[in-house]
Write a protein that binds this ligand. Structure first.
Ligand code: PEP
Length: 256
């Protein structure tokens, strides 16, 4: 069954002390009543993953993800982090193909496909990010761009693999800009992705895959986004750095 999920992407933010404070704040705020059946994921910088996982060992509500992974298991790749390493830390998931990684680090659909495979082979869920730039939106062919990201990034995977793959639709023009897609714009894309999933896999798989929206999602606009039938939750950047705001978005998901 498809899950309601709110995931926070901390990006390259927080000192160690700030990160651990944020974890404490979330532990205190996220009760059964707040979380309901919403899956909550936080994605701290990789240097803090071990301590964050440790701080949450007795917490049943918050899962931990990494922001990126290398294509290989190990080897001479200075500065990189592999899926077996993340798995050995008891990390739960990996964000793959975030638009900032595509834009600044040259990630392609092809490299994302390999990374998704690495996640799945190491019993980690993959949160695969897709989304169009402003130019692509304005040109009108944004759906083609998004579905091509789906097709190439998910090439070779089978329906069963989709149990461990979450999709995150993040229009690049809405990330960190304060400009949020309207609920109708987001729903249109999410419905298109789900129709594509039905064709590429089958109707049951399409129904079961969680498709998150990301892009300037805040406590004030989350409820109307989450009220859309094909929006299962959010991937949250800026607002996930504040325990109160992130909790507000989780509440919006739980109560929608
Ligand atoms: C993101 O980076 O995935 C994101 C959605 O950022 P923001 O919420 O800050 O727009």
């Amino acid at each position: 069954m498809r899950r309601r999920i709110v995931a926070g992407n901390w990006k390259m933010n927080t000192t160690y002390a700030e990160a651990m404070d944020l974890v404490e704040g979330l532990k205190n705020a996220l009760t059964q009543e707040v979380v309901g059946d919403t899956g909550v994921i936080i994605t701290p910088p990789s240097v803090y993953l071990s301590d964050v996982v440790g701080a949450l060992v007795d917490n049943e509500f918050i899962a931990v993800a990494a922001q990126n992974v290398h294509e290989k298991d190990n080897g001479a790749f200075t500065g990189e982090i592999s899926a077996p390493m993340l798995s050995s830390l008891d990390v739960d998931a990996i964000i793959i193909g975030h638009s900032e990684r595509r834009q600044y680090f040259g990630e392609s659909n092809e490299s994302c496909k390999v990374k998704i495979g690495q996640a799945l082979n190491n019993e980690l869920a993959a949160i695969y990010c897709i989304g169009e730039t402003l130019e692509e939106r304005q040109s009108g062919n944004f759906m083609e761009v998004i579905l091509n990201q789906c097709a190439e990034g998910l090439e070779g995977f089978i329906a069963d693999d989709m149990d461990n793959i979450i999709l995150a639709y993040e229009p690049v023009w809405a990330i960190g800009t304060g400009e949020v897609a309207t609920p109708e714009q987001a729903q249109e894309v999410h419905a298109g992705i789900r129709a594509w999933l039905a064709e590429r896999f089958d109707a049951e798989t399409a129904e079961n895959v969680s498709v998150l929206y990301g892009g300037s999602c805040k406590p004030g606009n989350a409820a109307e986004l989450f009220a859309q039938p094909d929006i299962d939750g959010g991937l949250i950047g800026g607002a996930s750095l504040n325990a109160e705001d992130f909790t507000g978005i989780i509440k919006a998901r739980t109560n929608a």
